[in-house]
Design a binder for this molecule. Structure first.
Ligand code: GTP
Length: 357
């Protein structure tokens, strides 16, 4: 069984983080998200993975190589210009040998891929799409199906209040190779907007596989932080110790300023008078100065937080320093290698960091 993981998007909504790190390599609790996806594929028995890439592919190639470190075979196909979610599949068609999974590279879910495969085989359609029911489907692609699961129509981002269903396309597909024949070559094609509707119009059978799994699209800063809260609380199972976890946890045990849950990477230093947590992830080599406070935030590697600085619901990329007494407004996102000056006050929702990092 093969899987294609779509990893070529620019991740514009996660800028400035994605100026320095392509979205699939953004860490989820200190491990690149794509590595967690690879682990999930491995657990489902998949050993042959194709990455259609295009944006900063070198970061992905450098980490995964040929896949042998993960006991997998990983094939890269680099797009010179973005081909879209279906065009990217067409572009790797020569590597496909049978039915295959397609995963959006930015979906964190507990979906059981083996169960989805069994469902797909039982239904015998041309494709099976994983669906999730959400409270507000207006920002997503809604999928309408009959009682047998056969998909009747797709409605992309319907106006609020006019959604035909709460079931949305959750970004994992299981497709027969014949789907590839329906995708035009050599241009940008969207699978959700173009290919799936065209297959339906042609009378082909696509099935919905609706589950109650944990599911979140990491593509926006607020979702990224929510995913971390959910992993730390155990709502999204990722095999972490409850409460205090990570290679650097020992250094924080018994620390009077720690409010759990907290995850700490190797070599973190937290001053005895600092306050950390709840819902904080510190990457390898982070240091937190005297009387600084960090809550509901994710700090990547080697982030320095100066004395009396404060962060709340912030995401800070690697190598950045937050000066003493700086106040980082709630919901701020700070890119790689930024120097936030001492005493700076960042408005809530600030984005700091430039392209080329
Ligand atoms: P935004 O710019 O913030 O919308 O993010 P994005 O560029 O990643 O787009 P989106 O979230 O819609 O993409 C869904 C998935 O498809 C992600 O895993 C992307 O990496 C991937 N993707 C999107 N466009 C392309 C493309 O043209 N080629 C390839 N290979 N992958 C793509």
């Amino acid at each position: 069984m093969q899987a294609i993981v779509l990893v070529g998007g620019e991740g514009t909504r996660l800028r400035p983080l994605t100026y320095g790190t392509p979205k699939p390599m953004v860490p989820i609790v200190n491990v690149p998200f794509l590595a967690r996806t690879i682990e999930r594929l491995y657990d489902a028995g998949i050993r042959d993975v194709i990455f259609p890439a295009g944006y900063m592919p070198e970061a992905i190639v450098e980490y995964f190589g040929d896949g042998s470190r993960f006991d997998m075979r990983i094939t890269y196909v680099i797009e010179e210009t973005p081909l879209g979610t279906a065009g990217a599949l067409k572009n790797v068609a020569h590597h496909i040998t049978g039915a295959f999974f397609v995963l959006n590279g930015d979906v964190l879910t507990s979906l059981d891929l083996r169960a989805m495969l069994a469902y797909h085989r039982a239904k015998g359609g041309l494709g099976t799409l994983h669906l999730i029911e959400v409270e507000d489907p207006s920002a997503f692609g809604c999928v309408v199906h009959d009682a047998d699961g056969r998909i009747a129509s797709f409605v992309e981002t319907p106006p609020r209040g006019q959604e035909p269903t709460n079931a949305i396309n959750a970004g994992t597909y299981l497709l027969e190779p014949a789907v590839l024949e329906a995708i035009p070559a050599g241009r940008n094609v969207s699978i959700e907007r173009e290919t799936f509707p065209a297959l339906l119009a042609d009378g082909r059978r696509l099935y919905a596989y609706t589950t109650q799994d944990y599911w979140i699209d990491l593509g926006r800063p607020e979702h990224y932080l929510a995913a971390h809260r959910d992993v730390l609380s155990g709502a999204m199972p990722l095999a972490l110790e409850p409460g205090l976890s990570g290679a650097g946890a020992a250094a924080l045990r018994g620390h009077p300023g720690v409010t759990l849950p907290v995850h700490a990477g190797e070599d973190v230093r937290v001053d005895a008078s600092a306050k950390i947590g709840p819902n904080v992830v510190l990457g390898r080599g982070c240091s937190i100065g005297p009387r600084a406070t960090v809550r509901d935030s994710v700090l990547w590697e080697r982030v320095e937080v100066g004395a009396e600085a404060s962060l709340d619901e912030a995401i800070v990329a690697s190598g950045t320093s937050i000066g003493a007494r700086a106040q980082v407004g709630r919901g701020s996102v700070i890119g790689h290698d930024v120097r936030v000056p001492a005493g700076a006050v960042l408005e809530p929702g600030s984005r700091v960091g430039a392209a080329g990092r």
